[in-house]
Design a protein around this ligand. Structure first.
Ligand code: NAP
Length: 305
């Protein structure tokens, strides 16, 4: 019997992973916030995934953080700002050699988790899959993509990649996972905050070409300074390509603000500005966009961290 996957967070990505693993017959348990959420979950049939308009429901076992079942493998599917505190609730259940698979976007939350649980193996992930919730315990699989997984301190891939293969989760073991996370962070910093400030789709940034170019120049210098030259390569041309290719889309940060949800700003633009300060690198345009974004969020009553 293979090791059980505990999924922490029944949101978009957590549900997407839980349903695919369950479909492949891999043992999965879903950890929800509290007894009230567990009662709501148990009142239904399980977790539903909607793909190409077809719904499928899987009766994944649900539990609360204080269940006594020990945890050897934990897929952390919370937002970056919740990851550390959500794992802390499971402290008493984590095996000393537990594996933590961290799906969080941006940077900062992964290091915080790794520092707090030094004996756990922390696997970082970067995903281009897209999913959103269209109801409680339901997810729409909106964008097929890829997930890169890697461990900055051990290059050996874990054996459970076979579970992902069986579950049809497209993935690749990436020994350069930090470079990938930095690159994604830089793309995000060059596009998402401006879409919020200009209130536009990604394509709307074609009208702000100079501003995008200036941010890319600062981000590329920052990546070099942080020891990530590969992530800096051709950054501006890739940002322009992404703006064209996703012209009709609203960025995830735009959608968070439009739906009055907390953003992951501290793990994206906030992280970039802090890294620049640590390296004593002047990034005046990134700092200006950060300050404008913070003011924008506060004016709407949203958290600025
Ligand atoms: P999400 O839909 O908001 O799901 C997060 C889930 O975590 C929510 O269900 C939340 O519960 C749960 N949670 C938070 N604290 C918890 C706790 N203490 N105990 C139990 N559950 C807890 O977020 P998401 O879109 O899946 O994103 C997760 C991460 O993946 C983010 O860093 C995001 O940037 C990244 N990502 C997402 C996508 C995507 O397409 N969605 C793509 C790539 C990367 P409640 O429902 O009770 O609030």
């Amino acid at each position: 019997m293979s090791t059980t996957w505990h999924i922490l967070g029944a949101g978009s990505l957590g549900t997407l992973w839980a349903t695919r693993l369950a479909r492949a017959g891999v043992p999965v348990r879903l950890i929800v916030r509290n007894p009230a959420r567990l009662a709501s979950y148990r009142a239904g049939q399980g977790l539903t995934v909607v793909e190409h308009g077809v719904e499928q429901t899987y009766p994944v076992i649900g539990e609360t953080p204080d269940s006594p079942v020990p945890i050897r493998r934990l897929l952390v599917a919370c937002k970056a700002y919740d990851a550390q505190s959500a794992i802390a609730q499971l402290q008493h259940r984590l095996a000393p050699d537990a594996e933590l698979i961290l799906l969080q976007n941006g940077l900062g939350s992964q290091d915080a988790v790794a520092a707090q649980w030094p004996s756990a193996r922390c696997i970082f992930a970067s995903s281009t899959e897209g999913a959103f919730r269209d109801g409680d315990w339901r997810v729409v699989f909106a964008g097929h993509g890829y997930t890169w997984l890697g461990d900055a301190s051990h290059p050996t891939p874990p054996l459970w990649l076979d579970d992902l293969q069986a579950a049809g989760i497209p993935h690749e073991w990436a020994t350069d996972i930090l470079t990938r996370l930095w690159r994604k962070l830089a793309l995000n910093c060059a596009i998402n905050p401006l879409t919020v400030l200009y209130h536009c789709r990604n394509g709307g940034l074609s009208a702000h070409h100079c501003e995008v170019a200036t941010l890319c120049a600062e981000l590329a210098e920052l990546l070099e300074r942080c020891g990530q030259p590969a992530a800096a390569q051709d950054l501006h041309s890739e940002v322009e390509r992404v703006i064209q290719a996703t012209a009709a889309n609203y960025s995830s940060m735009y959608q968070d603000v439009a739906n009055a949800r907390r953003t992951e700003i501290s793990y994206l633009l906030g992280y970039a500005c802090q890294a620049a300060a640590r390296h004593q690198l002047a990034v005046p345009h990134l700092q200006q966009v950060h300050a404008q974004l913070v003011a924008h969020l506060l004016a709407r009553g949203l958290a600025s961290n």
